[in-house]
Design a protein around this ligand. Sequence first.
Ligand SMILES: N[C@@H](CCC(=O)N[C@@H](CS)C(=O)NCC(=O)O)C(=O)O
Length: 269
Amino acid sequence: MLKVISFTICPFVQRVTALLEAKQIPYQVEYISLSDKPQWFLDLAPNGQVPLLLTEQGEVLFESDAIVEYLEEAYPALQPQLSPVQKAQNRAWSYLGSKQYLVQCSAQSSKDSNTLRQRSEKLARAFAKVEQVLDQHRFFNSDTLSMVDIAWLPLLHRADLIRQHSGYDFLAGFPKVQAWQQAVLTTGLAERSVSAEFDRAFADYYLSDKTLLGRCQWDCQSCDCSANSLEPACCEPAQPAADIQRCTPLPAANGCCGSTGCGDDSRCG
Ligand SMILES: N[C@@H](CCC(=O)N[C@@H](CS)C(=O)NCC(=O)O)C(=O)O
């Protein structure tokens, strides 16, 4: 059976497991710690990174682009009738997506609204390109899943989790991309391609008190402090980090984020 060497919240791994799920190819997953990589992994992985794919014959494949292209060739194709040009176009749009993984990770890690805004702009430039080419199809360029959908799935999945938690939407202003996101999420591949620990591990890393998006809460009942607009960013720390209070409902007299955390008292009761 195929084996994927993985790290719980790695988007490059999720691209591979999403494709395996889409093709219904059985596989095992072995998780490693990236802060303490086992020697057997370092011996196998020339780039020292996950994902690795161990084929049924025991060959080692690394680099997610190479792995998904192998899976598309070696197993029944998602879109079998594509011309060489269409395949090359799909690869190019896929690379545009996978190049954004680390951009999104760094945006999600932002500690303040200026940083989040700057990092999101880079991501938004890529989503704007997709917005221009999405047409009447259900998925990227057809009514069935393509390799491009799989490549962008980790970005669309994470954008959905962030929006649900904080109200901040990486896809704001891109209605066609939002519709595409819904179509991709409706397949269930996002959940099936990650472990049961994914949501907790993702929240621990990106939605803790250490990140702006972690401090902002979609469902704050005391004021409109979700990171929807970042104008003003109600969850912004106005004081050193030690003083930050979470943006959960507090007595109205204190303001939503408490006297230390809210950038705009007029919005906080
Ligand atoms: N270009 C690689 C990137 C993979 C990557 O960045 N993986 C991260 C985890 S998401 C990793 O293994 N980081 C550990 C390291 O770089 O030492 C690919 O596409 O497979």
